[in-house]
Write a protein that binds this ligand. Structure first.
Ligand SMILES: NC(=O)c1ccc[n+]([C@@H]2O[C@H](COP(=O)([O-])OP(=O)(O)OC[C@H]3O[C@@H](n4cnc5c(N)ncnc54)[C@H](OP(=O)(O)O)[C@@H]3O)[C@@H](O)[C@H]2O)c1
Length: 222
């Protein structure tokens, strides 16, 4: 069983980025060096780190450990059709990356991704990537802890399938004000999603460098 922790930066109005097409790196830059080091320390402690395909397209993240000493985790990207920009930073630094694709990914797309250094492609799912099956694949490879850094669509899929065990939210003291900016969760009805109320227990909260951090665990079923 993989422990899945979501790690997100949220504005006061619950947005994951300031605008629809802007990078969430703008929010990360609000953090003090101490808080950046704490965040990257969490990355260094986990076996794998995951973001959705759109986050790769919009943010072009590295998902490596940089603000502290430590080993970078395996990067995992679910992308139904596999159409990630081949110039993406994480496809070109040679570090281990697993791209999970669905049935619609073409052999040419898979070959182009697999030709990148350090990149492996697994087919896993139909119209979209089957996240539960992907967790089984990761578990077989020895992954015990996974950090998911977004975005909204991937987080919603994971919460809707009850796969998340811990939530960490960094509260950025700014209001986006843009109704088009991505909201933390967009839990619209989709096949297989459980949209019932789920209860969480606040385990910790603190303020570092003017930024609040809250940590939740799953509340025991009543
Ligand atoms: N503040 C933060 O902490 C933070 C962190 C990360 C991202 N962000 C922001 O979030 C935004 C991107 O979020 P997003 O909702 O557009 O996209 P996303 O969650 O990053 O990626 C969603 C995409 O992943 C692929 N996917 C494949 N199987 C899936 C499944 N079972 N469930 C969910 N997704 C699956 C699909 O792409 P394809 O089918 O097209 O391949 C889907 O459209 C950006 O603005 C980014 O800056 C913020």
């Amino acid at each position: 069983m993989i422990e899945i922790t979501t790690l997100s930066e949220l504005t006061i109005d619950g947005k994951l980025a300031l605008h629809r097409t802007s990078s969430s790196k703008e929010l990360f830059d609000y953090s003090s060096d101490e808080l950046k080091a704490w965040f990257h320390g969490l990355r260094a402690q986990c076996d794998a780190i995951m973001v959705g395909a759109n986050t790769v397209r919009v943010d072009d993240p590295l998902l490596t450990v940089r603000h502290v000493e430590g080993r970078s985790p395996l990067r995992v990207i679910p992308s139904s059709d596999g159409l990630l920009p081949l110039t993406s930073a994480l496809l070109n630094d040679g570090l281990a990356t697993l791209v999970a694709v669905g049935r619609t990914a073409s052999p040419q797309t898979i070959a182009a991704l697999a030709a990148k250094p350090g990149v492996e492609v697994v087919r896993c799912g139909e119209a979209e990537v089957d996240l539960a099956a992907l967790m089984d694949i990761l578990a077989e490879r020895g992954v015990r802890s996974l950090i998911v850094e977004g975005g909204s669509t991937l987080l919603s899929s994971l919460f809707g399938r009850g796969l998340v065990s811990k939530i960490i939210i960094k509260h950025i003291p700014i209001i986006s004000g843009d109704p088009e900016a991505p909201t933390y969760l967009t839990l619209t009805p989709r096949a297989g999603l459980d949209l019932r109320v789920s209860r969480w227990r606040m385990d910790d909260w603190f303020v570092k460098g003017g930024i609040g951090v809250s940590i939740y665990g799953r509340a025991a079923a009543t």
